[in-house]
Design a protein. Structure first.
Lengths: 249, 317
């Protein structure tokens, strides 16, 4: 695992030295800024606000904007990880060093996850603004950020896996977007299936939408934690095997 | 490296190859394109796993103690892949860090590698903006940065201009003083220029190995091209009567010159061939013809391979 840090640092360097990271961060913050404005403006116009509707809930839960942004951001963030190294051949020099495959996968994943966290950091300002103008629901905010972190971590793991499997960056991007969308749509099945059926249960269990609504209300369900744990570990494991398969193929 | 085999499905890329490389040797890995050189070197560098067989580097098994073994190898792939967005010095520091060079030594190791590979003057340039020759040298600097026991260089002169090729060969020779070097090439003169020992690989099999001088001895001429001025028929007859010449063919006639190819008798030993060439020139001059050009033909890699595959009892096989 000693090789983790050099690769992690190089990945972050590569990400922030190219315009891609900055373009993505700016796009993300513009959309989130507009989103925040809409939420606040909407709530401010309500004469009679339902007691359980707070800005934090409205910003993180029950909104499709959050997922739209993630669908757009995650695929370009992760597409390069392995596909680019394979295209340029640098994977060969990388793997000829004294590095373990697991360290390479984890370092690349940790780098995109760090970038993701950096993207979200400025949005903490919104909470500070809310806290200045009224009571901020602390637990809900903490839950919401935990949810954002877990959903992002799961999505980025899927993207990293796609990059390890795909032949090119473009294919990795398409596969990632496709996988995230399918996962989201299965979750949406909650609303179109009858309660009590197996599909309904499955849909509820994997519903990112439902999870985020809970997190944004400050509810941290251990089933959700297990689900995201799986969503992170499984793709990363497959990615490790895929990189190994390339070596032994 | 013993009994190494690499299969891709039904295709066998490397077939039961065994060899040993001692400390301080520069071994040339010679074979035509597609012979299995790169595959063998990739396995040697720990990038690919062998289908069967074993590789031991500095006492460490490359499959079972892979990380330990890889610490002793510096590898440069043929295409010299580099991260284009990094500066040369940044890249080499990253590689040194990755190869577990301690923090306190890193700057010194990187400086030494840049100095030896001759990239100090481009240390702060972005790799993206480097010429092919410099990229190649950055690749070599990367291979040597952690001072590994074994250097594996895959076609280090590919794509360079003649001047750069001379520099690269000199550099490989110099590296051989401190490292064990395995260098691959498909050019016969290249191994002669920088290797002390040669391994010949063909269709994934090791067909011969020997010292560079032994391989050089196999580079015998199979024919002589002579360009003469004067009586063409007389020249033809004189050539045919020369001892050691098996057949004569007129290759080209550009008045007033005619070019003949005199093919040696196959039974002629390598030591006698220069003598036969001298006789040919003597006979032509004796017949009153003007000799304007004499050139030995053959002795190419293909001829060496042809000789080896036809003659299983060769001294090198």
């Amino acid at each position: 695992m000693r090789s983790f840090w050099p690769i992690y640092k190089r990945e972050l360097f590569a990400f922030f030295v190219t315009p891609l990271a900055w373009v993505l961060i700016v796009a993300f913050l513009v959309v989130q800024g507009m989103h925040f404005f809409i939420v606040i403006d909407h709530l401010a116009r309500q004469v009679d606000i339902a007691s359980d509707e707070t800005p934090v809930r409205a910003f993180f839960g029950n909104t499709v904007l959050l997922y739209l942004v993630l669908f757009m951001l995650v695929p370009p963030m992760t597409m390069r990880s392995f596909a680019e190294e394979r295209r340029s051949g640098t994977i060969e020099t990388l793997m000829s060093g004294p590095v373990s495959t697991a360290a390479v996968v984890l370092a690349k994943y940790a780098a995109v996850l760090t970038t993701y966290v950096v993207m979200w950091l400025p949005t903490v300002l919104y909470l500070l603004i809310l806290a200045r103008t009224g009571a901020l629901d602390g637990p809900a905010a903490a839950g919401a950020y935990l949810g954002v972190l877990l959903v992002g971590a799961g999505y980025l793991a899927i993207g990293t896996c796609a990059s390890a499997l795909a032949r090119s960056q473009f294919v990795a991007m398409i596969w990632t977007a496709f996988a995230l969308l399918v996962l989201f749509l299965i979750g949406m099945g909650e609303f179109v299936t009858r309660e009590g059926t197996t599909f309904h249960d499955v849909a509820v269990h994997v519903s990112v939408w439902g999870h985020m609504n809970d997190f944004a209300s400050g509810i941290v369900d251990s089933r959700h934690l297990v689900f995201y744990g799986t969503l992170i570990v499984l793709p990363l494991f497959i990615a490790t095997r895929a990189v190994d398969a390339w070596r032994w193929g | 490296m013993s009994n190494l085999t690499k299969r891709y499905g039904a295709r066998v890329a490397v077939d039961d190859v065994s060899f040993e490389v001692g400390r301080g040797e520069v071994v040339g890995f010679l074979g035509p394109n597609g012979a299995g050189k790169t595959t063998t070197l990739r396995i040697l560098a720990g990038v690919l796993g062998p289908t069967s067989g074993s590789v031991t580097v500095a006492g460490h098994d490359l499959v079972h103690a892979s990380l330990e073994a890889r610490r002793h190898i510096g590898y440069m792939p043929e295409a010299v892949p580099l991260y284009p967005e990094m500066r040369v010095v940044e890249y080499l520091r990253f590689r040194a860090d990755l190869k577990q060079v301690g923090r306190s030594q890193r700057a010194r190791f990187v400086d030494e590698a840049m100095d030896r590979a001759g990239v100090l003057e481009v240390a702060h340039r972005t790799i993206d903006h480097l010429s092919k020759g410099y990229r190649q040298r950055v690749g070599i600097a990367d291979a040597i940065v952690a001072k590994p026991a074994v250097l594996v260089l895959d076609e280090p002169t590919a794509g360079l201009d003649p001047n750069q090729i001379r520099h690269a060969r000199a550099l490989v020779r110099e590296l051989g003083r401190e490292h064990t070097v395995v260098v691959s090439t498909h050019i016969l003169s290249e191994v002669e220029a920088c290797a002390t020992r040669v391994l010949l690989i063909h269709h994934g099999r090791l067909v011969a190995q020997g010292s560079t001088s032994e391989i050089r001895a196999m580079r015998q001429a199979v024919a002589v091209d002579v360009t003469v001025r004067g009586n063409v028929a007389a020249a033809d007859a004189a050539l045919r009567s020369t001892p050691g010449v098996a057949s004569v063919e007129r290759v080209e006639t550009v008045e007033p010159f005619a070019r003949f190819r005199a093919t040696f008798d196959g039974a002629l030993s390598p030591e006698d061939r220069p003598g036969a060439t001298e006789r040919i020139v003597g006979v032509m001059v004796g017949a009153g013809l003007g000799v304007s050009e004499v050139r030995a033909c053959g002795g190419s890699l293909e001829d060496v391979f042809a000789a080896l595959t036809q003659d299983p009892g060769s001294p090198l096989g």
